[in-house]
Design a protein around this ligand. Structure first.
Ligand SMILES: [Zn+2]
Length: 166
């Protein structure tokens, strides 16, 4: 167990949240039939930026908003069991995963005191629009997801605007 103080702030906030808990009884199916894959970047608010509320959509996040095997696995479940009929892949401007090569990221981790991470693929890109197109194509061509509508987008962290790529 980590030190008690490690999560004290968020657990205290949760006490208050649970007292007036507004989401009791919310169904687990996505009310708007939507899944959103976006980056872990903390400047992105996936619900607010799309006019969504809790219960509306399944939110998937990873570094760079990449369509990995685990994202495909999750979309299959979301599509067949949780009401998801459409999926947005939303990359964003000023993404660390589009700001250098794999080697640059390995070096940055090492410079930050981290271990040798060269056995990991961080899935960086030098062309975000091309990568979004390829990732969306991966969803569209996945045999288990042939009835899922997928689109690719780029979110501008400076303006809050989402532009469609494909
Ligand atoms: Zn990012």
């Amino acid at each position: 167990m980590p030190d008690e103080s490690t999560f004290a702030d968020v657990l205290a906030a949760n006490e208050e949240y649970a007292e007036g808990f507004p989401l009791a009884g919310l169904p687990s199916r996505a009310a708007r039939g939507l899944a959103v894959l976006t980056c872990i970047d903390s400047r992105i608010e996936p619900l607010d930026m799309l006019g969504l509320r809790p219960g509306d959509a399944k939110i998937l996040r990873n570094a760079g908003a990449r369509v990995t095997d685990d994202v495909l696995r999750t979309l299959v479940l979301a599509h067949y069991l949780l009401g998801v009929e459409r999926a947005m892949v939303i990359a964003h401007t000023d993404c660390r995963m589009a700001a250098g090569s794999e080697d640059d990221i390995h070096a940055a981790v090492s410079d930050a005191g981290g271990p040798d991470t060269r056995s990991l693929a961080f899935l960086v890109t030098s062309d975000q629009q091309a990568t979004v197109r390829e990732d969306v194509q991966r969803v569209r061509s996945w045999p288990y997801l042939s009835h899922l509508e997928a689109g690719g987008f780029l979110y501008d962290v400076a303006t809050g605007r989402v532009a469609q790529v494909c």
